[in-house]
Design a protein around this ligand. Structure first.
Ligand code: ANZ
Ligand code: ZN
Length: 875
């Protein structure tokens, strides 16, 4: 189809670059250049590169090549997020050891990546499952442990009965099913390891404001995840004789204290104990709690408004009323104090609970809207959840606004010891232990006499035993590896047992970007000076699915390590305070062209479709045109696209360009092979242009602007305008799509121009074009550069990025909008030097037939020149 043999050109450069890489990584002459760190989120080695990968890596490779050409010493590494469940499942299903499966996949994916012509620093390659890496993950665990930020506690966890493992909340979907196995998740209490991320909650929240170059949406998601909530804690004394400690609740609405009609504790609350509950109620309450464990998933349990009375009462400290205490699963055990004050009149969940369990007959409204229509009573059949003014039921606080009442009530109750101000975060500590094999072992030994003992640093890594049984059922394979589990206590040398939990893979990925700065360090996770000179990452590119956890945990790690002095930030280091990623670019998904039968709406298999007219595919059996949509690629929709096949067929440059051109990076990209041909045509055209001026002189001096002909000035301006726009797109806006269309426009302007190919202006335009194309389409740019051959010794990647001159951008004429008495009437081209001069503009306007018509023989009283002469209003 295409006259150019792209594959041949690609092979030619692949070979030459293998001999003499276009960029030297870490050479001496780069040492005095400023550092720049471009990173794409490292992949899980599934063994299959998908189009989403192509999109991320194309973006990062484009950005890094651009920065190198700008003269930066760029770090652009790649590694493997190689621990995790799929490897272990492969071991169970196919009997291959996870290590072997992973190594094989890495090799396959590396080859696939190579097809994409990515210029990566493979000398820093790392895999998180490699002992030389996880040794340092374990080291960092111990650092956190020593700092009091890693601890063990019993916790209610999401238990996946199929995978036999604990799941994080976000691994459970809204139906309470495991993200991986699809099994209904159960609630189970287990001793687990946690990282105290909540210790950093305030910093993690506050410092989001420093991240000017992060998408607002991501920052919003993080804010919501951290969920800071201000309010108060109140103590309600329990009027039953058995209980001495009061019940403490957290509320964000202390102004509703007079509306408390009952209290509710979570099913895991310490009060729910047969010794603490009155005998006549204990059985029912405990049975209720027991029953909840069988309810599927956390989510469903939380949704349910069912609850039972505990038999206990508390005394309302302000009204002395006796209020019943309930237990219900809508109260979370790990938020606030695990107990709430029930205010049915002003909280939706309390209202529903009250209705569902018939707790009280009359709901007490203690706050009313500030502005109320005189004769219109507040509806009594729904809660009033907004702030307002306190009603007569609120005693001496009657008439106060909610805000003011909150302050006073908290202050007053502080004096009596009943209340205090409190802040709560939705953010929870990070539950990091997993009852699985394929993860970094937690470097802890349990000794009968010394209890929890950290493994000494010199004994790291605690290596995974290779010889274990993968059954897929029961406890973790590690628990069954007796030789490994039984060890000596590092403290007393007595017999002890290893911790058999491994770490969540999010731990591995929370610091890999730091390891890349010093990937082979054998004494430390990384050298402080090396890390300090590279961090933060200048641009981080990856999927928005990591907007919360991975980014939050990475922020936690880098803040912690900064505090520990593991690296420093300099005043110039943006954004500061241990924030790991300066610019965050979250790329959208790649959707595939999906064909459906218009009659049955069934997804069509490739062999069911007649593609003889590619723009109008038809159902073979009926001859009807198929429905065409773009949807997430999946096997069941037959809409998947194999990147390697695309590259083989269309060429790597056209594939990369098409990927960048079809949509702005953060938006969904509708992948459609049929239009790649547009990029191929453009590439051919550029190469032709390059050939057209290859035979000319080496004289590249651009003559002064005022000696240029109009055609030369025009072409020169277009070239400079394009340089400005493309540079901006690659620096700040990341509008690769508009950058490509600007380059195409420049190509067309060069071809259409009357300027001779021998002119330095023409040559400069072509050279700038080829240079700017290089980061996105490396092979064809290099081929074109060779054709141009302005300096045969150096390739296009040795060229410096072109600079634009403001002078060259100035237009000769300005299209001036003319208004008469404020109404827009016509546009007149005015020489740029005259636009500010109202008299001249008037003369030139009158000189046009339209201008004659509107100004006629009226004299102008006043002329208002606006927008630097682009608009003149004659009055
Ligand atoms: C009384 C009240 C009255 C409440 C009112 C709200 C409105 P945020 O803003 O998300 O922090 N709450 C406290 N602990 C809880 C737990 N462990 N499980 C479920 N709900 C809990 O939410 C704070 C509010 O959520 C608290 O304020 C409490 O209900 C409830 F008109 O107390 B409120
Ligand atoms: Zn011991």
């Amino acid at each position: 189809r295409s006259p150019l043999d792209f594959a041949k050109i690609e092979t030619k450069w692949r070979k030459r670059w293998a001999e003499a890489p276009p960029f030297q990584q870490g050479t001496k002459d780069l040492a005095d250049k400023p550092n720049y760190y471009v990173l794409s989120m490292f992949p899980y080695p599934s063994g299959l590169l998908h189009m989403g990968h192509v999109r991320v890596y194309t973006i990062s490779d484009t950005l890094q090549r651009f920065r190198r050409m700008q003269g930066y010493n760029v770090l652009h590494p790649m590694g493997w997020d190689a621990f995790g469940l799929p490897a272990e499942n492969a071991a169970i299903e196919r009997g291959i050891h996870p290590a072997e499966w992973t190594t094989k996949n890495i090799a396959i994916m590396k080859e696939q990546m190579d097809k994409l012509m990515l210029d990566l620093d493979w000398s820093r390659e790392l895999a998180t499952c490699d002992p030389s890496y996880y040794r340092w993950t374990q080291y960092l665990f111990l650092e956190l442990y020593k700092a009091g930020l890693a601890y063990q506690k019993e916790a209610v966890v999401n238990w996946d009965p199929v995978d036999q493992t604990v799941l994080a909340n976000e691994q459970v979907d809204h139906e309470g099913r495991s993200w991986r196995s699809g099994a209904l998740v159960e609630r189970k209490k287990l001793k687990q390891w946690f990282f105290k991320v909540t210790e950093f909650a305030d910093d993690l929240l506050k410092d989001l404001d420093l991240l000017e170059n992060w998408p607002d949406r991501v920052k919003q998601m993080q804010r919501h995840w951290i969920g800071k909530s201000k309010g108060a804690e109140f103590n309600f004394p329990i009027s039953s004789a058995k209980e001495v400690d009061p019940l403490t609740v957290f509320t964000s609405r202390p102004d509703t204290i007079f509306g408390v009609q009952y209290l509710v504790v979570s099913p895991e609350h310490p009060l729910i104990d047969k010794d603490r509950l009155p005998a006549e109620h204990a059985e029912e309450a405990l049975a209720f709690v027991e029953g909840l464990k069988k309810v599927q998933g956390m989510e469903e349990a939380e949704q349910s408004k069912k609850g039972v009375f505990t038999g206990l009462y508390a005394k309302h400290p302000l009204t002395d009323e006796n209020i019943p205490i309930y237990v219900a699963s809508y109260v979370l055990s790990d938020y606030g104090t695990g107990a709430v004050m029930g205010v049915p009149a002003h909280d939706k969940r309390d209202w529903e609970f009250c209705q569902a369990n018939k707790v009280v007959e009359n709901v007490k409204f203690v706050v009313e809207p500030a502005i109320q229509e005189a004769d219109k009573a507040l509806p009594q059949d729904e809660p009033f959840t907004a702030q307002g003014v306190l009603t007569a039921l609120s005693g001496k606080y009657q008439g106060m606004k909610s805000k003011e009442a909150m302050k006073l009530i908290v202050r007053d109750t502080m004096e009596t010891g009943f209340g205090r101000p409190a802040t709560q975060y939705r953010l929870k500590d990070w539950l990091l232990s997993r009852q699985r094999y394929w993860g970094a072992p937690i470097p802890i030994v349990h000794c009968p006499s010394c209890k929890v003992v950290p493994v000494p640093q010199e004994d790291l890594p605690v290596e995974l035993p290779l010889n274990v049984a993968f059954s897929g059922r029961g406890a973790s394979p590690l628990a069954g590896a007796d030789d490994w589990v039984n060890c000596k206590c590092p403290k007393c040398q007595g017999p002890a047992k290893r911790e058999t939990d491994t770490m969540d893979t999010f731990v591995d990925s929370s610091w890999y970007f730091m390891r890349f700065t010093d990937a082979h360090n054998k004494a430390l996770p990384f050298d402080s000076i090396k890390a300090s000179s590279q961090l933060p990452v200048d641009v981080y590119i990856g999927g928005v699915e990591h907007a919360i956890l991975h980014l939050l945990y990475s922020r936690f790690f880098s803040k912690f390590l900064l505090k520990q002095g593991a690296y420093q930030t300099t005043p110039e280091t943006k954004p500061g305070n241990g924030e790991p990623f300066n610019v965050l670019l979250t790329q959208g998904m790649v959707h595939g062209r999906t064909l459906k039968d218009p009659d049955t709406l069934r997804f069509l298999k490739p062999d069911e479709v007649d593609h003889s007219d590619p723009a109008h595919p038809k159902v073979k059996s009926t001859g009807k045109e198929t429905l065409v949509t773009y949807e997430k690629m999946s096997k069941s929709k037959y809409n998947g696209v194999d990147p390697v096949a695309v590259v083989n067929e269309q060429g790597v440059d056209a594939t990369r360009l098409h990927m960048l051109y079809k949509a702005p990076p953060s938006e969904v990209l509708e992948w459609d092979d049929t239009s790649i041909v547009g990029m191929q045509r453009w590439l051919s055209k550029v190469l032709k242009l390059a050939h057209s001026c290859s035979t000319t002189t080496q004289d590249t001096a651009i003559p002064p602007l005022d000696t240029m002909t109009d055609a030369e000035r025009d072409l020169n301006r277009t070239a400079h305008q394009t340089i400005k726009q493309v540079t901006d797109a690659l620096t700040t806006s990341f509008g690769f799509n508009t950058a490509i269309s600007d380059l195409i426009k420049l190509t067309n302007a060069i071809s259409a121009s009357d300027v001779a190919a021998t002119s330095p202006i023409y040559q400069n335009a072509v050279r700038s074009l080829v240079t700017m194309m290089a980061p996105m389409a490396p092979c064809m740019a290099e081929e074109s550069w060779e054709a141009l051959s302005p300096s045969p010794q150096t390739g296009v990647f040795q060229q410096t990025w072109p600079l634009w001159e403001e002078d060259a951008l100035v237009k000769d004429t300005v299209d001036c909008v003319i208004q008469v008495n404020g109404k827009t009437r016509l546009t007149v081209p005015i020489p740029a030097s005259l636009v500010a001069n109202a008299d001249q503009v008037e003369q030139l306007t009158r000189a046009t037939p339209q201008g004659q018509k509107w100004l006629g023989n009226h004299s102008v009283r006043k002329a208002i020149v606006a927008k630097n002469g682009a608009l003149v209003n004659f009055i």
